[in-house]
Design a protein around this ligand. Structure first.
Ligand SMILES: Nc1ncnc2c1ncn2[C@@H]1O[C@H](COP(=O)(O)OP(=O)(O)O)[C@@H](O)[C@H]1O
Ligand code: SF4
Ligand SMILES: [Mg+2]
Length: 344
């Protein structure tokens, strides 16, 4: 445990398997979806760790398991309770979880479906305060007003219902709701994916400002690398339930070491029209996580796959200080990043 660098959360060998039941009366549950399969990472206080990967790679399950919306199948979720002492959230009982929920909250992708249509904005934002016995009615009202204001909402908005708002404003309500209790850790699960591009930047800027003002630590989930580039200090790339590369953002974008990361990057539109990118189209669909391919799970789609890729699982290793990857050929492949092209 690295308490000198102020780690807030360290996840070790986290697994979340979902049983697959064939029918209503089948309880054999032999097959499992390995939605999160041996994932380890840490997040420092005040830092943003981006978590990217195609849909179905296990990002949401990772976020939800860390917050104990799901019980982990195995692994540790070590969380600094305030004085450099780490608790294993995976072991928490109901009582301890209730206290933990004051410290760790989630912002959802689709603000509309996560907001109750019959509650006023005031009650929506105040609900986590009520659930956590925050204080008197007056103290709650004051907290709701102040968090709504810093999230860019007006006092008169508090009396209205969510349907009266645009997508961007609804996400401001969702953010205010998550932050009202002043958590330390926030899992942002694709918070801008459902928004118009013009609104995305506003919400990302708001999240950045709130992070500084409130001293927040983010796990920021997106399926698109370009969204995490500007908000993340470090980025983890997920494929079929495993993190396959993790590095500081600049390093990852400049010198990716995993072919899957390179493929994701080649799909990012480049701002400079003089640069013609050759998008490396990922062949085929993401495989079924209930029966992942042997060896390196990326091998059926990998343009660089060699003979051992089909049979031998590549080890997770630190190829440069702070740059982790699992690919047999990471030392010799010369992969193309994005920042190198964009920033000359
Ligand atoms: N509650 C659940 N029950 C069964 N399978 C699930 C459940 N939630 C997610 N999965 C499966 O786990 C895998 C990872 O899903 P998810 O974490 O939602 O991925 P992502 O957020 O990266 O799109 C998918 O195959 C998905 O179908
Ligand atoms: S281990 Fe082989 S299949 Fe997997 S990413 Fe590296 S080169 Fe591709
Ligand atoms: Mg998801």
């Amino acid at each position: 445990m690295n308490s000198e660098t102020q780690t807030l959360l360290e996840v070790r060998n986290l697994r979340k398997y979902f049983p697959i039941r064939k029918g209503l009366f089948d309880n054999t549950a032999k097959r499992q979806v390995k939605a999160v399969d041996d994932v380890s990472f840490f997040i420092n206080k005040g830092e943003t760790l981006g978590l990217v990967g195609e849909s179905g790679s296990g990002k949401t399950t990772t976020g939800r398991t860390i917050l104990r919306a799901y019980d982990p199948t195995s692994g540790e979720i070590l969380f600094d309770t305030g004085d450099g002492q780490f608790d294993d959230v995976a072991q928490y009982d109901r009582h301890a979880l209730k206290h933990f929920r004051r410290q760790a909250q989630m912002i959802f992708q689709d603000p509309y479906s996560s907001l109750s249509p019959r509650m006023t904005v005031r009650d929506i934002i105040g609900e986590p305060l009520v659930a956590n016995d925050f204080g008197s009615r007056a103290e709650m009202d004051e907290r709701v007003r102040s968090i709504a204001e810093v999230c860019g909402l007006k006092v008169e908005h508090l009396r209205r219902y969510p349907h009266a708002f645009s997508g961007g404003q609804r996400q401001r309500i969702g953010i205010a709701r998550a932050l009202a209790i002043h958590p330390k850790l926030v899992v942002c699960d694709e918070p801008v994916s459902a928004l118009d591009v013009s609104i995305q930047a506003q919400i990302l800027n708001l999240l950045k400002r709130l992070q500084q003002d409130l001293g927040l630590t983010y796990l920021f989930i997106a399926h698109d690398l370009s969204v995490v580039e500007h908000i993340s200090d470090r980025v983890a790339v997920m494929y079929l339930g495993k993190i396959i590369e993790l590095a500081e953002t600049e390093t990852l974008f400049r010198t990716p070491k995993h072919p899957y990361t390179e493929a994701l990057m080649s799909a990012i539109p480049v701002a400079d029209p003089h640069i013609v990118m050759d998008p490396m189209i990922l062949q085929g669909e993401i495989p079924d996580p209930a029966s992942p391919p042997s060896g390196c799970a990326f091998h059926p789609r990998c343009p660089y796959a060699g003979p051992e890729c089909e049979t031998e699982t590549p080890a997770w290793r630190e190829i440069q200080p702070g740059h982790f990857v699992s690919c047999h050929y990471a030392d010799t492949l010369e992969l193309v990043g994005v920042s190198a092209l964009q920033k000359g």
